[in-house]
Design a protein around this ligand. Structure first.
Ligand code: PHE
Length: 469
């Protein structure tokens, strides 16, 4: 191994929390969660999501942290190490490989969407200065035009990847820890400001009712909630495992995992309050006409609503800056998974590894960037059937519906049934003290039964053709 454990980076205690929370909080919280909550009629959907976080996301996150810290390896080496002398042996390395591949693919289109927030940040700055002049459909058309503009798509994708590579090149402590420690508090402060501001919005009351009312939830909604729990917590593809490998032994895994899950959920709910207060400020008829189930509210309708609000000139650019920051701390963790693999398994230097990984992700993201209208062939290709048209959609479908649930399932099964009981209980107690009966709840109940059953059900539903992406 080119990099012995002494040379590997190590997070400070607070640094680990910031980095892991930064990974978890991202476009999933601020962009995806509000729109799927809206599409699933709020209320009960949110409740199911909370249950999924607690019973599925949290235990699997702990499992990833346990393997990562125990082996001090990136995903492939970690699974191989952890499975030594166990049934299956080296074959478990494939679970790690699935994670590295999943991170690679996810990053290739995640950074693309992240690039849009940079572009809209710039747009809003100019609207704030020049005045906002887009009426009615114009905003939607402008967004469509932007998506179909190949050079712009590739350019902003490149920009976002460049910044990500820069941070990862600086390393665990000097790069990831420093940047997330700086950005996460700023992000929290901006979001808090936006939440406080929404108290005065006419839609605030309605937004809260929508979020917390109890109503029916569809089977599809259940699936979507469980699937999103993985995505939003960054579990199922080795990101938490990799960060766990840099965690100090003085830190408690259960306590850290609970903190990460709590903060991730808090931010998701806060983002909903902000978005829905804006959305419910317009009449029901206009809402129906503009929103539907659209995933693009963030770019097609929100800017106009911002500019109708008091202080909109300040709030609009601030908001896109916030989304960009949140996305950056997630893209960093995704690139780190791939780079750490190259460093640990292939013996590359950190610099070479992050450049190579970043360059490859960028190149692989180009077809996604061109599949939103710029290239007819890429925009319409549908190898998995009509449900997913275009390269971008196909990638998203594959990662969200297959890689994440499968990675989570195999991780739960591995730690629940195969990984040494002594090792996992020791690691859980390390930096925490004896967890008592909770160990049985975690491994004996949740990892062994609850998680696999719930995830197998998702996979069965996906095979049955019920996408929840
Ligand atoms: N959790 C991130 C979000 O909510 C996405 C992510 C998934 C990041 C998996 C890393 C690994 O946006």
């Amino acid at each position: 191994m080119a990099n012995g454990s002494n040379e590997r980076g190590r997070f400070g205690q607070l640094g680990f929390i910031f980095a892991a929370v930064g990974s978890a909080i991202g476009l999933g919280n601020i962009w995806k969660f509000p729109y799927i909550t809206y599409a699933n009629d709020g209320g009960s959907f949110v409740l199911v999501y909370l249950v999924a976080i607690a019973l599925i996301g949290l235990p699997i996150m702990m499992a990833e942290l346990v393997i990562g810290r125990r082996t001090r390896q990136s995903p492939v080496g970690a699974f191989i190490d952890a499975a030594k002398g166990r049934l299956g042996g080296r074959a478990w390395g494939a679970v790690g490989a699935l994670g590295v591949l999943g991170s690679f693919i996810l990053l290739s289109y995640y950074a693309l969407i992240a690039g849009w927030t940079v572009y809209y940040f710039g747009q809003c700055l100019s609207w704030s200065v020049r005045g906002f002049d887009l009426e009615g459909q114009a905003l939607g058309e402008a967004f469509g035009g932007f998506l179909a503009n190949g050079p712009l798509q590739v350019g902003f994708h490149a920009l976002f990847m460049l910044v990500t590579v820069g941070v990862v090149t600086l390393g665990v402590r000097r790069g990831i820890e420093r940047v997330t420690k700086l950005l996460m508090p700023v992000l929290g402060a901006i979001l808090l400001l936006l939440v406080v501001n929404s108290f005065w919005s006419p839609g605030f009351g309605e937004a809260i009712r929508f979020l917390f009312h109890v109503g029916p939830v569809t089977g599809h909604g259940l699936l979507e909630a469980v699937g999103h729990a993985f995505f939003t917590l960054s579990v199922g593809m080795g990101a938490m495992l990799t960060y766990g490998s840099y965690m100090t032994s003085r830190q408690s895994i259960p306590r850290s995992a609970v903190t990460i899950c709590f903060l991730d959920t808090l931010i998701a709910i806060m983002a909903c309050v902000v978005m829905f207060s804006i959305i419910f400020s317009v009449s029901a008829a206009e809402r129906a006409a503009t929103f539907g189930k659209s995933a693009t509210i963030l770019f097609t309708t929100l800017p106009r609503m911002f500019y109708e609000m008091p202080l909109g000139v300040v709030l609009a650019p601030t908001f896109y800056l916030l989304v960009g920051f949140a996305a950056l701390t997630s893209t960093i963790s995704l690139l780190e998974v791939v780079a750490a693999y190259l460093i640990d398994q292939r013996g590359l230097s950190r610099r070479k590894a992050s450049l190579l990984a970043g360059g490859a992700v960028f190149a692989f993201g180009i077809p996604s960037a061109l599949s939103l209208g710029a290239s007819g062939a890429l925009s319409t290709l549908a190898p998995l059937g009509e449900r997913t048209a275009g390269f971008f959609d196909t990638m998203d479908y594959t990662v969200s519906n297959w890689v994440l649930p499968l990675g989570g399932l195999l991780t739960a099964i591995f730690v629940g049934w195969f990984f040494s009981r002594r090792a996992s209980s020791q690691e859980l107690a390390e930096g925490h003290g004896d967890v008592g009966r909770w160990y049985f709840v975690w491994r004996g109940v949740l990892l062994r039964f609850v998680c696999p059953v719930a995830i197998l059900w998702i996979i069965w539903a996906v095979i049955g053709g019920r996408s929840f992406a």
